[in-house]
Write a protein of this length. Structure first.
Length: 151
């Protein structure tokens, strides 16, 4: 599934993948391997495992070890808001990276922008609290089998 022509970026880069993964976990009603989820959301399994780890740390998903292991929802999809997902996967940090000398003016600019963007992000999070994974699923027509994947 390509997002190249949609025109509107969907939050932090991992947000869309995280929502898709939660939807597929909901659809399955059980434990899914990262490979199976990665196929369904059209992502690389290694990248998806990083995303799923953030969801585990946020208490949204449980990781199960062993031969029949994988990932399972930790709470019902109707209790997982898009704000929960957004907060779990958002990236933190300044635009002034270690390898870039931002100088005093650059640091002040970053601080000013950070305050403005922080306010915008808080509005975004409040808006996303209105919707759950179940709400998203209610807006989408699903096909029973999903994608054919090789594991």
């Amino acid at each position: 599934m390509s997002t190249a022509n949609r025109g509107i970026p969907i939050g932090p880069p991992r947000f869309g993948i995280a929502v898709h993964a939660l939807v597929w976990l909901t659809q399955s009603g059980g434990v899914l391997s990262s490979g199976s989820i990665a196929c369904q959301v059209n992502s690389h399994a290694t990248f998806l495992r990083r995303v799923l780890q953030t969801l585990v740390q946020a208490g949204l998903v449980e990781a199960r070890e062993g031969r029949d292991g994988g990932y399972i929802l930790k709470k019902p999809s109707g209790q997982i808001t898009l704000a929960d997902v957004y907060v779990a996967v958002r990236a933190d940090g300044s635009d002034c990276e270690e390898n870039v000398d931002c100088g005093e003016a650059g640091q002040q600019l970053d601080l000013a922008l950070e305050k403005i963007l922080s306010g915008a992000e808080q509005h975004t999070i409040e808006y996303l609290r209105q919707y759950t994974i179940a709400d998203v699923m209610a807006r989408v027509e699903f096909f029973a089998a999903g994608r054919e994947c090789e594991e």
